[in-house]
Design a protein around this ligand. Structure first.
Ligand code: GLN
Length: 484
């Protein structure tokens, strides 16, 4: 059952080939069998079986949708009523969410069965899933390698076929990058498409939740359940949600694909470059027009992001003061000591680094030089995309410069780690949607291509990705040792 697509699972459940309880048990067994991946912070096996029993009832009564009874893994960043929601941090290790995030609620309504809460970089800050308080997640393709971050646990769970679907969040690449490094499909929606209510904030103007699945078609089903206006999120957009599965089979003939010259210059690995070029040729053979374009401010994206994201995080994380949420130090001498020790004992190094950078960039005298400048650059980057989308339907390039790297390889060099986000970060700065799909392998490790769309063009991205997946089988490859 573990290798079935979402539509096959829905059909099997509907026809009574298997029940949701059987399917869930099967996934729970895989979750336990592959626990050495460290993909889950909290396993919810027993709770999942209860949910599955309820789903089976709904299916019997013919009161069900495509996801009723389908198991899912949830990133430990979405609040879930009565369940530990740690965000990968010691700070929230004892935090039991008192309410559901909108995404959690919507998935419940859709009848999904939650297998567990996936491991992630602390407060979603990282590119390799090594900053988690609960230890690194291992890449199912090679356990010495990182799965990518920050939604690494979700990506590993889908790649290992523990769960057919998983949720993630993407502030600067955290859905697309782990999808690429684990050989699965991941979509970062347009900013405002998926509610951020109850999704623990990292950098609020960039954070966006989205789906992981083996294929674009599977992601379409999950996005359908996640997307939509939410009055509880002031940045949510009141725009109708289309049927994402409807346009998957549209023809892409005659569509224009932009290839940004800046994405194929210095820094891109030779192996990855060749694999992406093969994918471009495939689209050309389908009758797409390939057009070279320029996104001239690409090299400014990392410096701008690594000012804006820390600035927002320094503000968002000020709420963790030892009083209101989570960790509190023992025997504080006074108020000051309570703040100081609670925060220094419970935050990890990367989170502290970001808070310090952000506080510095926002302080009087530096605000104009750093934060304001970064916001101006953000505008330039958005304008680059605006101009590009006057000429093209989608933009295609690599998701990451290289395939997965070894655990520990970049942990002592934050700047090198930040550089691995070069192709994903500008999309968040502009608020655009983008998808990563597997398109090859190098040295036994997956390589992903990224398709970037105009605002609210998720349908177009899913259509382009699905057409490619109809003709290729990279998305069906299962890592050795997990195909049994
Ligand atoms: N790697 C980026 C960062 O560390 C992006 C993380 C994310 O998308 N959550 O901030």
């Amino acid at each position: 059952m573990y290798d079935l697509s979402v539509s096959q699972l829905a059909e099997g459940l509907r026809n009574g080939d298997f029940s949701s309880v059987e399917l869930t048990q099967h996934c729970v067994e895989r979750m336990q069998k592959f626990s050495d991946l460290n993909a889950f912070i909290t396993e919810l096996g027993e709770r999942a079986i209860l949910q599955a029993q309820n789903a089976d009832k709904l299916i019997k009564e013919k009161n069900h949708g495509p996801l009723t009874g389908v198991p899912i893994a949830t990133k430990d960043i979405f609040c879930m009523y009565g369940v530990k929601t740690s965000c990968g941090s010691k700070m929230l290790d004892s935090f039991i969410a008192p309410y559901d995030a909108t995404v959690t609620h919507k998935l419940d309504q859709a009848g999904c069965v939650t297998l567990g809460r996936t491991n992630m970089d602390e407060f979603a800050m990282g590119s390799s899933n090594e900053t988690s308080y609960y230890g690194p997640v291992k890449n199912p393709w090679n356990k010495d390698y990182v799965p990518g971050g920050s939604s690494g646990g979700s990506a590993a769970a889908v790649a290992a076929r523990i769960a057919p679907l998983a949720t993630g969040t993407d502030t600067g690449g955290s859905i697309r990058q782990p999808a690429a490094l684990c050989g699965i499909t991941g979509l970062k929606p347009t900013y405002g498409r998926v509610s951020r209510y109850g999704m623990i904030a990292y950098a609020s103007s960039l954070d966006q939740g989205g789906p992981f699945g083996a294929s674009a078609e599977d992601c379409a089903y999950l996005l359908q359940a996640m997307a939509g206006f939410d009055e509880k999120d002031s940045t949510s957009l009141d725009k109708a949600v289309p049927d994402y599965t409807q346009s998957l089979n549209d023809s892409i003939k005659g569509k224009v694909i932009g290839i940004p010259e800046e994405y194929f210059s210095e820094g891109l690995g030779v192996g990855v470059k060749e694999i992406i070029q093969t994918a471009i040729t495939w689209y050309e053979q389908q009758g797409c027009e390939i057009k070279s374009i320029s996104l001239p401010n690409t090299d400014l994206a990392i410096p701008a992001y690594y000012v804006i994201a820390p600035a927002e995080c320094s503000s968002n994380l000020s709420r963790y003061d030892g009083v209101r949420f989570g960790y509190r130090c023992d025997d504080p001498k006074d108020m000051r000591d309570l703040y100081d020790r609670s925060r220094s004992e419970a935050f990890g190094d990367e989170v502290k680094r970001r808070i310090m950078i952000g506080t510095y960039a926002l302080s009087a005298g530096y605000y104009d030089a750093y934060y304001l400048k970064a916001q101006q650059i953000r505008h330039l980057i958005s304008d680059d995309f605006k101009k590009a989308f006057e000429q093209v339907d989608v933009i295609l390039g690599p998701t990451t410069p290289e395939p997965a790297f070894k655990i520990g390889e970049k942990t002592n060099d934050p700047v090198t780690m930040y550089l691995s986000d070069i192709y994903t970060i500008s999309i968040n700065l502009a608020g655009l949607p983008a998808i990563s799909i597997p398109c090859g392998q190098q040295g036994g490790l997956p390589v992903g291509m990224q398709l970037i769309g105009n605002y609210f063009a998720e349908e177009t991205l899913l259509n382009f990705a699905h057409q490619y997946q109809l003709d290729t089988d990279w998305h069906q490859q299962i890592p050795p040792g997990f195909n049994e």
